[in-house]
Write a protein that binds this ligand. Structure first.
Ligand SMILES: Nc1ncnc2c1ncn2[C@@H]1O[C@H](COP(=O)(O)OP(=O)(O)OP(=O)(O)O)[C@@H](O)[C@H]1O
Length: 367
């Protein structure tokens, strides 16, 4: 449990945020410059707030009113940044040992063998950082942070410097970390798929304050056209159970109350509950009967709202799907007019499977 209430003024930038994270992953999400890294630095103790209180479990790390400021090395907080920052002259095994070295034996709750096994770095132990790929380096950096047996892990864009393939490769390791070590994680990312996949709580920051806090589906929903000024960031989060795997075609079918969702990934097992990120720009609306298009995912819904600019090109259509979830579609205003779409109408939403990023399809994280 981490409880953060901090205020900080820095030139023109004002930070004033309050949020609490339970166990699991709490994601800090928001546009560039909104203050995510500043929050991480305040929690790590690399910066002091003008006013505020930071409490981790039963330990008060910062309380400006009472003059409490626990220095960074006494906070028992592990840090993982975008750039792995391994010691280049030390082999992987020694880099890992470094994390453990600074932890008192009595506080060493995390076993080296467990870390090596969960992160899959056994074969790398004798190598130097310069000989590792970006993803391998990042796994070692995570291992080093874990071996401090921290009470909290701070991860600031840990996948940002990796290419798409490496991101896909490392995400399952972060998931295992979340599920197998009971260490809460504060996770900064720009990537909506990562946030949905990992986080039980999402804190959306905007210009130094908390704009929304809650579950991924509610916090990331594009409620207004203005909020979705960057329309590519507008997403819906749908959940369902894996109904079938099709190894011959490399796809899985997720059963949803409104229809089937086909995703380009073989999920671990039939019956598991998953969440799927669908970008509003990837949703088309139609009145076609099932099977009449190449699109495999067709979901039945009723139009709940249409928001459009009077003279802009776009319209955001909110659909209430059978089962109660909401799906957003970004269309042109031209399409809305041509189809004479109106609130209350029943329509079919079409989502191309290839537009669904595998990174955004995941088992529901533990709360
Ligand atoms: N060392 C600094 N000195 C002065 N201003 C800073 C400093 N570091 C950051 N800022 C400013 O503080 C604000 C918040 O920056 P911060 O790095 O926390 O944002 P962020 O949300 O992490 O952004 P990004 O996603 O781009 O990393 C920005 O306006 C930034 O310009």
């Amino acid at each position: 449990m981490i409880d953060v209430r901090v205020e900080l003024a820095r030139n023109a930038f004002r930070l004033d945020v309050a949020f609490a994270g339970d166990g699991g992953v709490t994601a800090l999400f928001g546009p560039s410059g909104c203050g995510k890294t500043t929050v991480i630095r305040l929690v790590a103790g690399l910066e002091r707030p003008d006013r505020g209180r930071i409490v981790l479990g039963d330990r008060v790390l910062v309380d400006t009113e009472r003059g409490v400021f626990v220095p960074p090395h006494r906070r028992r907080i592990g840090l993982v940044f975008q750039d792995a920052q391994l010691f280049p002259h030390l082999r992987v095994a020694t880099n890992l040992a470094y994390g453990r070295f600074f932890t008192r034996p009595a506080d060493r709750a995390v076993s080296r063998d467990a870390v090596v096994q969960v992160l899959g770095i056994d074969h790398l132990l004798g190598r130097f950082p310069a000989t590792l790929s970006g993803g391998e380096k990042q796994r070692v950096a995570i291992g080093r942070a874990l071996l401090m047996s921290p009470d909290l892990l701070l991860m600031d864009e840990p996948l940002a410097s990796l290419d798409e393939e490496r991101k896909r490769e490392i995400l399952p390791f972060v998931e295992r970390l979340r599920d197998e070590f009971a260490i809460p994680i504060l996770y900064v990312s720009h990537a909506v798929e990562e946030v949905v996949r990992l986080a039980s709580t999402v804190v959306r920051l905007d210009a130094g304050h908390v704009a929304a806090i809650g579950g991924a589906a509610e916090v990331l929903a594009p409620t207004t056209l203005a909020h979705a000024g960057d329309r590519f960031g507008a997403v819906s989060v749908l959940s369902g159970k894996v109904a079938a795997l099709d190894p011959a075609h490399g796809v899985s079918t997720i059963a949803h109350a409104a229809g089937s969702i086909v995703v380009p990934r073989l999920m671990a097992s039939v019956g598991m509950t998953v969440r799927v990120v669908v970008h509003a720009t990837d949703v088309a609306l139609g009145r076609l009967p099932d099977g009449a298009t190449s699109v495999r995912t067709t979901l039945a819904g009723r139009i709940a709202a249409i928001t459009s600019d009077v003279d802009g090109p776009f319209a955001l259509v909110a659909l209430d799907l059978a089962g109660g979830e909401r799906l957003y579609a970004y269309l042109t205003r031209l399409a809305v007019d041509a189809m004479q779409l109106a609130v209350g109408q029943s329509v079919t939403a079409l989502v191309k499977a290839v537009s669904i990023d595998e990174r955004g399809v995941a088992g529901v994280p533990r709360a």
